[in-house]
Design a protein around this ligand. Structure first.
Ligand code: AGP
Length: 607
């Protein structure tokens, strides 16, 4: 995904664009650029690398104006070079784009035959050529964009500025996010809310296939047929600009891990009736007695949350459940039946594979439920029902607090289904309610082990490979722990179901391959201990997550990180935080770019 920022008003557009792009940098950070109308013509500046590179380039250029657009890129078509960086300028029109144009090579051939000369390897440049050609035929900017987007297939959000049009610039959206910020005598556009927060909290969420003319004193919205919308809903965002600041933490990821206790408390707020022991009763009207099966669809970390959901639905609600990668699920013509429920989990609510799978399933008439963090995101809007995770803005590319909240929502949902099916004993109901209320405190306690985790991390900074083992409910936690380490430290790490180790992965173990084992007290401990001994006898260095005070297990390990004792279904919460911190500190000591790791972007809006 990429980030788009736009401004028109009375201030220096350059500073606002740079500030906005920095706040959107988590969306893509391989190159960036701006186009500003200086009163006579469009001035473009583009640079490879982070926004700081663009900023230093701009120090040497005297680009001034009060209307402009900007872009931070995550490369899909074409390498991260200056030529491929946005904006793309053709015939006095500049375009920035987030998304992917699926029919771009067809359009490129057609345009090339007509004489267009392409300067980049991007799909975006076809949009500039289409609009530029229309403008040459004396069509105004808005009509030119309208004609052009009718030719585009795929997901996109674009902002278009032209030196022939001084009063407004145009934006258009189709399945990639774009938000308009309403100011006083000035207006803004951005791919995400944090970029708008320092300037305004009044926003318009563009819907699919809508375009807007952004003037400094008004905004006009049109549908794809060019009809003007008569009523525009302006929403007030209830967020302070501080949510998008590091607030004393070295990285957003660190801040976000430490927000987990609060996120957990916020996510359950008003959703558990303590007296009656009911969960989510006001949000979900689904009758679980009629459910045949639950299919959970997601990508990456959200998929790992989905794997935990499978355990919860099967073990607590006694409903058959599967978890699937969205990118696989979509393309294998899955067999779903009338009484199946499909749950789509996504922090961003914009992940292309998850969104695509949701679209396909909806067309089949299957009931859908989204678990999303970003309000009004595409997935949240498209599903029949949505439960929000209330994790707040997550800026670190590696998902941490959002994962905790996703798992929490799935656990609440599984308990609510069990309750509605009348299979939840009073004893369990009490345990669950108690554990939910204890959890924010237990998570805080767990975070207090950070200095020990830091010591452990310092021993493994130079490791090349890592194995993570977990059983049962802690198997998905092991997968997620390994993913965190890979993403931000670039150390190769694999998560395995501990019982599978002897069927192959054990061959990898030697004194250079640390083995991290999740070994809390509980029904699986004896078996996990056998796995620890198997790894130990092959010379492996053992790091364990153990229950506080479990001296017996501690003695078998080289390093033991203690977590609070809790009901087994709640272990994923207390176990995930140390794994996130371990990955964080290893990466930080290695000196990698923790918040913006190489090759990644916060949400992947391309397939
Ligand atoms: C998480 O650390 C990852 N960066 C990534 O796997 C992410 O979880 C995945 O891309 C799904 O994103 P979503 O939750 O926004 O749909």
């Amino acid at each position: 995904m990429c980030g788009i920022m736009g401004y028109i008003g009375y201030r220096d557009a350059r500073n606002i664009l740079i500030d906005g792009l920095k706040r959107l940098e988590y969306r893509g950070y391989d190159s960036s650029g701006i186009a500003i109308f200086d009163g006579k013509k469009l001035r473009i500046a583009r640079a490879v690398g982070k926004i700081a590179a663009l900023e230093s380039l701009l120090e040497k250029e005297n680009i001034k104006g009060s209307m402009g657009i900007g872009h931070t890129r995550w490369a899909t078509h074409g390498r991260p070079t200056e030529n491929n960086a946005h904006p793309h300028l053709v015939n006095g029109v500049a375009v920035v784009h987030n998304g992917i144009i699926e029919n771009y090579s067809e359009l490129k051939n057609e345009l090339t035959k007509k004489g267009s000369i392409f300067k980049s390897e991007t799909d975006t440049e076809v949009i500039s050529h289409l609009i530029g050609a229309n403008l040459q035929n004396d069509v105004n900017l808005f009509e030119s964009v309208l004609l052009a987007i009718k030719r585009l297939e795929g997901a996109f959000a674009i902002a278009v500025i032209s030196e022939k049009e001084r009063e407004y610039f145009v934006v258009a959206k189709n399945f990639s996010p774009l938000i308009i910020g309403i100011g006083e005598g000035e207006n803004f556009v951005a791919s995400d809310i944090p970029a708008l927060l320092p300037y305004t909290r009044r926003v318009i969420m563009l819907s699919e296939n809508e375009l807007a003319k952004i003037y400094k004193d008004r905004v006009e919205i049109y549908n794809i047929s060019g009809e003007k919308k008569t009523e525009i809903e302006i929403k007030l965002i209830d967020m302070s600009p501080a949510v998008a600041e590091k607030e004393g933490h070295k990285h957003f990821m660190h801040k976000e891990i430490f927000e987990s206790p609060k996120v957990f408390a916020d996510t359950m707020l008003g959703r558990i009736d303590r007296e009656r022991g009911e969960f989510l009763s006001e949000e979900i009207s689904l009758d679980p007695n009629k459910l045949n099966r639950i299919v959970i669809v997601a990508c990456g970390t959200s998929y790992h949350a989905g794997l935990l959901g499978k355990y919860y639905f099967e073990q607590i609600s006694k409903i058959p459940a599967e978890a699937e990668f969205a990118s696989e699920f979509r393309y294998r013509n899955p067999v779903l039946k009338e009484n199946d429920l499909a749950i789509f989990i996504s922090q961003s609510g914009e992940t292309a594979d998850t969104l695509g799978a949701l679209k396909d399933i909806k067309e089949k008439g299957i009931r859908t439920l989204a678990v999303c963090n970003v309000m009004n995101s595409s997935i949240a809007r498209m599903a029949d029902d949505v439960i929000y995770t209330r994790a707040g803005i997550e800026i670190g590319v590696a998902s941490t607090k959002a994962f905790i909240a996703q798992v929490e929502v799935l656990l609440m949902l599984a308990i609510s289904f069990a309750s509605k099916k009348r299979i939840l004993s009073n004893e369990h109901r009490k345990i669950f309610v108690n554990e939910f209320y204890r959890m924010p405190f237990l998570l805080k306690e767990t975070l207090s082990t950070e200095s020990y985790i830091k010591d452990v991390a310092s021993r493994f900074v130079r490791s090349k490979d890592f194995i993570y083992l977990g059983r049962g409910i802690n198997f998905p936690v092991a997968l997620e722990g390994a993913l965190k380490l890979k993403e931000i430290s670039y150390i190769h790490a694999e998560g395995y179901a501990a019982g599978e180790m002897k069927h192959g992965p054990i061959a990898l173990i030697d004194e250079d391959v640390p083995v991290l084992v999740i070994a809390n007290r509980g029904s699986n401990l004896k078996k996990i201990i056998s796995n620890i001994l198997e790894a130990k006898s092959r010379g492996g260095i053992l790091i364990g997550i153990i229950t506080k005070g479990d001296e017996e297990t501690r003695r078998l390990l080289d390093f033991a990180i203690e977590v609070e004792e809790t009901d087994e279904f709640f272990q994923p919460f207390v176990n995930s935080l140390p794994l996130q911190l371990l990955a964080y500190h290893i990466a930080d000591m290695k000196g990698t770019d923790v918040d913006q790791p190489r090759n990644l972007a916060k949400s992947v809006t391309v397939e």
